[in-house]
Design a protein. Sequence first.
Length: 134
Amino acid sequence: TNTEPSKYHVAYTVLAEEYFKKRYFSRTVNIFNAIPEESRTYNINLIGAKSLYRTKQFDKAIDQLEKLSLEDDDKYMLAKAYAITKRNNKAKEQLKYLISNDKYLKWAKRDWWLKKILVLIEKEKKEQDNSSSP
């Protein structure tokens, strides 16, 4: 499908958006993969990344998410994908930024993967506080 004219890519984009709205994530991924990278919009890349995440293709989702300028909810999803794939330093980096917002702190405390990262952040913070005190 990558050799088809661009009018088909527009149709694929619309189809991917519709599948995503209907929560058909596997179908969305299939359509997303059929659209050449140079024909993808920001929105279709984000939809593709979210669909990859929802179908537990975390490494591929991370690859897509890292290419995009993300809103905080999407950064949270990226942090969780990092945690699931055991990229704890990257998860910690994302989460440190997000937990200044109570919403994300609450979400992380309830999340099986991210509460482990919160523990690491708190441990680091205590170690820093101890080393800076006289």
